[in-house]
Design a protein. Structure first.
Length: 541
């Protein structure tokens, strides 16, 4: 059984570099504390080589022009650690959350997928680099040996069983992170390497350093054996970014949103998941005086608020960061925040990716992602309430409907039922044949309803005049009275009639030319009792 330890050196610095890709290769120092007491808490090798020291005051560190000074970000560290765990779970379900900068993976059964231990270590290094992190990977049959080797040796380290003590011998004892008192004691004794620590007699070491000394002695010899402490699989995908300067325009904001979306989609891909919704929250600058500028248009003032939230609901789970960015941009164009942005928080709701199975004899369905982008662009032009799928409302009000979100149906066409053989002695009737369908009657509505003049004979319509065309009523069915919503201003009270009318063709006919106008048709008329007028609702086709 083998274990792989993945360690991120200079973890706090790399967490900031992961959020700001432009800092790669630069000398970076992180400061933390309460102003004015800002001190350097972390720095990479390039900054230390220039002369930066841990604990140095910020004012002194800023004198080094070649060093980029950044504030320590716990949010970036949390996101980087979550990404590291996602990477581990993408290889094996047995992962230990050892520390913020270190995880351990059980490699049992992975050889059939990735090959030898060398290939597994190379795959781990390549995957971690795709997340924007530089890592040290060590593989050993002992968990603690793998952890200490990853923390002490750069690159990839493979330790064969039985060689633990020899391979760890050259490491300094500081790789075990002992207490400052014990580390000072070992320094006074001249014990600086694991080899020297392993050569000490364990009994005398226990008398002088206690149980911690015994544990350090076992680690130096590679003899400490323990079980893997499995981490609980989490389904939380969050990224956030705090900005040094407030952002007021859409283009630089889109660049930042694209970076966060890339990180989220990469984490989702590592876990074989997709996003069914993206939640974005902006912390606004309370002192901001300008609105978000969009394509050099005039800004629109809105009521000031400390936060601004947006939710991008997707028709199907997806993890295309460019597509998600386009949809988010369209939402922000139609409804921008009212003040400059100081902080961005983004979260993804995970869901299994959609599975599409096509057939040889079925037409190809449209691309759902592109269709959603087209719908979003149309909604940005005509308004979100004017595009979608019409849906009937549970009411008796004539013609009442609402626009619901358009979702592409993934249902496959139903197969036709097999034709049943007629019983002996019985002749099949046309109604028994499923291949023969009865003609359906359609109703074409006029929006808005057409005004009309109706002459009555008693209480029944006798003739009508519609846009200069006069017709005689041949058959009249009705009336059907509907009314409702008396407590609202737009209450209705109508009497509906179905009228079969024979028209006298003239030059003006609604919706048709005189050459194609029917001599008679079946129409739906209604009398509005509130306005005391007749209207035509539609025609039966």
């Amino acid at each position: 059984m083998a274990f792989a330890a993945i360690h991120i050196p200079d973890f706090m610095v790399q967490a900031v570099m992961r959020a700001e890709s432009g800092l790669r290769g630069a000398a970076i120092a992180l400061v933390d504390g309460k102003p004015p007491l800002w001190n350097v808490v972390a720095a990479n090798a390039a900054a230390l080589h220039v002369g930066i020291e841990l604990g140095m005051a910020r004012q002194l560190a800023e004198q080094f022009e070649a060093v980029q000074i950044r504030s320590r970000s716990c949010a970036h560290e949390k996101a980087a650690h979550a990404a590291l765990l996602d990477l581990g779970w993408s290889f094996s379900p047995r992962v230990e959350d050892t520390a913020a900068d270190t995880i351990v993976i059980d490699l049992a059964g992975l050889s059939s997928l990735f090959g030898s231990d060398e290939n597994i270590a190379a795959q781990l290094t390549q995957s971690v680099s795709a997340f924007g992190l530089v890592t040290h990977v060590a593989i050993a049959s002992n968990i603690e040996v793998a952890i200490h080797a990853a923390r002490g040796f750069p690159g990839i380290t493979l330790i064969a069983p039985g060689e633990e003590s020899r391979r760890l011998g050259s490491l300094p004892v500081g790789v075990f992170n002992p207490s400052a008192e014990i580390l000072e004691t070992l320094e006074l004794w001249g014990v600086r390497t694991c080899e020297a620590l392993a050569a000490l007699p364990v009994l005398q070491l226990s008398e002088r350093l206690g149980q911690e000394g015994v544990r350090l002695h076992e680690w130096a010899r590679g003899a400490h054996v323990r079980s893997l402490v499995l981490a609980e699989v989490a389904a939380c995908f969050e990224e956030e970014m705090e900005l040094e300067d407030s952002v007021e325009e859409l283009e630089p904001l889109s660049f930042l949103l694209g970076r966060l979306l890339d990180q989220l989609c990469m984490r989702l891909t590592a876990r074989s998941l997709a996003a069914r919704a993206i939640h974005v929250r902006f912390d606004l600058d309370p002192c901001g005086r300008k609105d978000l500028q969009i394509r050099n248009d005039d800004s629109r003032r809105k009521k000031q608020s400390s936060t601004f939230e947006k939710t991008l609901t997707l028709p199907v789970p997806m993890r295309n960061s460019k597509m998600l960015l386009s949809l988010l941009r369209l939402q922000l164009q139609g409804d921008p925040p009212a003040a400059p942005i100081q902080k961005i928080f983004m979260a993804a709701e995970p869901a299994p990716p959609r599975a599409v199975q096509t057939g040889l004899f079925l037409p190809a369905s449209p691309n759902v992602e592109k269709l959603e982008l087209i719908v979003a662009r149309l909604a940005n032009l005509v308004g979100g309430s004017n595009i979608g799928s019409p849906e009937l409302v549970d009411t008796h009000r004539p013609g009442e409907f609402r626009m619901d979100r358009f979702v592409l149906s993934n249902e496959e066409p139903k197969t036709r039922r097999r034709k049943k053989a007629p019983a002996e002695g019985n002749q099949p009737s046309p109604s028994d044949d499923p291949e023969i369908t009865k003609p359906a009657i359609g109703f074409r509505m006029f929006r808005p309803p057409l005004p009309a003049n109706v002459q009555l004979q008693g209480s029944r319509p006798r003739s009508v005049s519609l846009r200069g065309t006069r017709g005689e009523v041949m058959v009249a069915s009705g009336p059907w009275r509907t009314s409702g919503d008396w407590w609202r201003e737009d209450t209705w009270h109508e009497d509906e009639w179905d009228l079969e009318i024979e028209f006298h063709i003239s030059e003006s006919f609604p919706g048709k030319s005189p050459a194609s106008a029917p001599e008679h048709g079946l129409y739906r008329f209604y009398f509005d009792s509130i306005r005391q007028k007749w209207f035509v609702r539609g025609i039966y086709d």
